[in-house]
Design a binder for this molecule. Sequence first.
Ligand code: PXG
Length: 463
Amino acid sequence: MNMITNHLPTAELQALDAAHHMHPFTDAPGLARKGARVITRGKGVWLTDSEGHQIIDGMAGLWCVNIGYGRKELAEVAARQMEELAYYNTFFQTTHVPAIALAAKIAELAPGDLNHVFFAGSGSEANDTNIRLVRRYWDVKGQPQKRVIISRKNGYHGSTMGGGSLGGMAPIHAHGGMIDGIVHIDQPYWWGEGEDMTEEAFGLARAKQLEDKILELGVENVAAFIGEPIQGAGGVIVPPSTYWPEIQRICDTYGILLIADEVITGFGRTGNWFGSQTFGIRPHIMTIAKGLSSGYQPIGGSIICDEVARVIGEGGEFFHGYTYSGHPVAAAVALENLRILQEEHIVDHVRNVAHPYLKERWDALTDHPLVGEAKLVGLMGSIALTPDKAKRAKFAESSNVGYRTRERCFANNLIMRAVGDRMIIAPPLVITTAEIDILIERAKKSLDESYASLKAEGLFVPA
Ligand code: PXG
């Protein structure tokens, strides 16, 4: 029997999964006890599991299925490309049509003079490329000591050694260490860390840390700053309006390279093609992945400005690349995904229809006793769970409030994730207003149940 087309009963699949499949970011014994949820089909914003549940995917997979599941056009393009040229590399002075066409299309969509694309297989790989690119850039310019990259605590840039080091997550650093030459400043998380400051003043203060760090390290040692326009995996932390303009000013003043990690915020998520446009950021390099192919094929890359590409070129051969850089099937599928995003005006749908409709309902969740603030940019949202809104208080860790609420969402056939005490969503960009109603209805029910259980257990109290 072919287990893929005619699968085994759920319990058997779960047993095989536990025996042989090591999952990312997972407590394996814990999962083995419980059994993993087996997802079998996807259509639009809907998933089906092996037990036949119809689940609304509030996370677009892992922030990536921007055009929604089940688009046949992408399957057809993949099949055609596999028949015509399943693989060829882009090393050794060779190229192929899908990589050419996709690079040209990305350059057309990207703002400013971001005109050059270096392909990778994922966001992590692309950020590893970026580390080498920015260090090589200063090298060629005769400043090889300019190597330090400044990043943020609670930022996420992947989980390879380079990506994990750029990210500011201590548990990741604890498993395998960090590469050298990366330092972290604090994140612009006003709700959690702003104390008595206004959001605007706090945004400026957190951006100012970049300037202080550059001066402390010596500008002659600093290569670049990297940040996500909105921190995704960190909890959909939307920075105060003052933050990015000040970061931009500092990068301009000290002449350090600015990398916008657009792996989540790219390709329509924020209501523009790129989050940098939403926040007025002018990066030298953008990291892309996820929405580039809507997750239908693994592909990522770096979009590089004219000046950085020119300097890298002046240096002669750049000793870097992946077997699958510009993979023809992945590139063809990504190109078809971009055609659909563009021709079906999906970014306009986010900005003009889905965002405004969801925004009203998302903000209204703050009426719920469990919800403090609600943030939504485009179709990327978060709510803070709190036992005391006025004090922006935290729950005790033992309340497991995020996990508890996520479990209620799962039970109610809604995928809404928890990051600590924030609940986050990033649904497929094609979500309709009727589907938004269902998402909100299930979210409310889950919040009600979570709240009731906290109350019943005497846990609805500040830490
Ligand atoms: N940068 C950003 C901003 C990301 O969100 C990566 C880089 C790495 O991409 P790859 O393709 O190597 O995974 C990401 C990935 C989560 C979660 O728990 C988020 C990501 C990946 C896995 C889990 O929200 N983002």
